[in-house]
Design a protein around this ligand. Structure first.
Ligand SMILES: *[C@@H]1O[C@H](CO)[C@@H](O)[C@H](O)[C@H]1NC(C)=O
Ligand SMILES: *[C@@H]1O[C@H](CO)[C@@H](O)[C@H](O)[C@H]1NC(C)=O
Ligand SMILES: *[C@@H]1O[C@H](CO)[C@@H](O)[C@H](O)[C@H]1NC(C)=O
Ligand SMILES: *[C@@H]1O[C@H](CO)[C@@H](O)[C@H](O)[C@H]1NC(C)=O
Ligand SMILES: *[C@@H]1O[C@H](CO)[C@@H](O)[C@H](O)[C@H]1NC(C)=O
Length: 429
């Protein structure tokens, strides 16, 4: 079953009630309502919330010595986490409001004994002292949650990456500098039954949110903001993850709003506002002759505003595997440079890429109800592999014109189109 907003709301209400009310105050009616509507994410959550012997316990970082006064609060955050994660009853890990906590790179490890709800109400800010990031093992992550089942993160607070010190040292900004890694603000690794909702994330060092090797994930009402010119600041990056819903997010950054990498299946991206940025991307896939697999992806009800790409699939030459069963529908584009693009000759390395024999197969892609304006003459660009053409690509009800209604064009190379209807620009004449 797909989690819809009513369920999310209901779950939120119940969770709020649970830690506001003593247990006996939960009326049978309320319990019944909850059970009749909520089938996801798991019975574990229902059981723990409703078994009478269980109360929520609150672990506030302030009670463990966090000050929020501009000194590093990592130690207090870790102490509070260790307690919350080992709690026998559902735990609320609280980051209080109206405070700003400075944090060096921090790892929140599971497994935990009970459900943990991380309530971020205040602000968490990354250290902007470069020597806090010297340790190689931590450079890839700022805040990492790993190996946790039944994790909820919410609270309306803000995560501030202070990415400025990293951006100016990026080889994409200053070509004289070597290309180095910068941290991802928020990483989820090997988490199962994960829910992230109602958070603000700004100015990450690099990727804002990365979901890796997780299953059953929902990310909703998350606002992600970084300057258009900030390098590699993807909004949400998904890899090796199945059953993920990303819904109701506003993402304005310097790179892909959402990128979906290899090993991902059953991915729903719904009701997203994106731009500036590089649009919604599947890929890049097949780098370094690797095997790629993505399938069952739907991107529905998205507005793209002033982005470089709209909906894009990108693969490197020389890869293997496939990307299949992909739907892009109900999309509005405003002034998007490459509204619809497949690029199977993607090359983002400093050394040139060579012609290779193998490719990642792209098959079964539907583009439906896509309207708006293209900032370039070519609104549809299918640049597929010469060795392995794109198969079963279908377009229906597309209208992409230039500013002021100017005519646009499509480009097709090595693409096998299924019967398509009502498509502007006219397909590949
Ligand atoms: C940065 O951290 C190092 C090592 O902890 C410390 O010696 C230095 O004073 C800090 N610099 C600033 C500007 O806070
Ligand atoms: C696909 O993912 C959704 C969550 O977005 C989940 O509700 C659904 O059960 C999954 N479908 C399958 C076939 O696993
Ligand atoms: C489409 O997305 C917008 C947010 O961009 C949202 O306000 C609207 O309710 C969504 N429409 C549907 C039918 O889900
Ligand atoms: C490809 O491999 C090279 C050498 O191992 C590495 O430096 C580079 O980052 C890899 N490229 C990608 C996109 O993974
Ligand atoms: C079409 O896409 C390919 C691959 O990204 C690119 O090399 C080419 O320049 C594009 N053509 C136009 C006219 O945008």
């Amino acid at each position: 079953m797909q989690m819809d907003s009513r369920n999310l709301l209901l779950i939120s209400l119940v969770l709020i009630s649970v830690h506001r009310l003593p247990c006996h105050a939960m009326s049978p009616l309320f319990t019944q309502q909850f059970n009749s509507h909520v089938e996801v994410p798991s019975h574990a959550i229902n059981d723990q919330v409703f078994s009478p012997q269980h109360l929520q316990k609150v672990f506030s970082v302030d009670d463990f010595g966090a000050e929020g006064k501009g000194n590093d609060d990592r130690e207090a955050f870790m102490k509070a986490w260790n307690e919350a994660c080992h709690s026998d009853v559902p735990a609320t890990y609280l980051v209080p409001e109206n405070k700003r906590y400075l944090l060096k790179p921090v790892n929140f490890y599971g497994p935990c004994k009970s459900i943990v709800t991380v309530m971020i109400m205040g602000a968490i800010e990354a250290s902007s002292n470069h020597s806090d990031w010297d340790d190689d093992s931590t450079t890839a992550h700022w805040i990492l949650f790993s190996n946790i089942k039944n994790l909820i993160i919410r609270g309306g607070g803000t995560i501030i990456g202070n990415g400025e010190i990293w951006w100016k040292n990026s080889c994409k900004i200053n070509a004289k500098l070597p290309c180095t890694l910068a941290p991802t603000a928020l990483t989820f690794f090997s988490c199962n039954q994960l829910r992230v909702e109602n958070l603000n994330i700004i100015n990450s060092q690099q990727i804002h949110v990365s979901v890796e090797e997780c299953t059953d994930v929902s990310i909703s009402n998350v606002m992600i903001t970084a300057p258009e010119e900030s390098p590699n600041t993807d909004g949400i990056h998904v890899s090796k993850t199945s059953n993920i819903l990303i819904k109701g997010c506003v993402i304005r950054t310097g790179d892909d709003c959402i990128s979906i990498a290899t090993g991902s299946q059953n991915v729903s991206v719904m009701s997203i506002v994106c731009g500036p940025g590089h649009g919604i991307s599947i890929g890049s896939l097949g780098a370094n002759n690797s095997l790629a697999k993505v399938s069952d992806i739907i991107v529905d009800n998205v507005t793209l505003d002033g982005t470089t790409n709209g909906v894009r699939i990108k693969t490197w030459q020389g890869g293997q595997g496939d990307a299949r069963n992909i739907v892009f529908q109900n999309i509005i584009m405003r002034n998007v440079y490459n509204p619809i693009i497949i690029d199977q000759n993607y090359c983002d390395s400093l050394v040139p890429c060579y012609d290779e024999k193998s490719a990642v197969l792209i098959s079964g892609v539907i583009y439906k109800n896509i309207k708006g304006t293209s900032a370039s003459k070519v609104a549809v660009n299918f640049s597929c592999s010469r060795t392995l053409p794109c198969q079963n690509i279908k377009m229906e009800n597309i209208r992409l014109v230039g500013e002021g209604g100017k005519s646009t064009e499509s480009l097709c190379s090595h693409v096998m189109l299924s019967k398509s209807e009502m498509v502007i620009p006219q397909l590949c004449v």
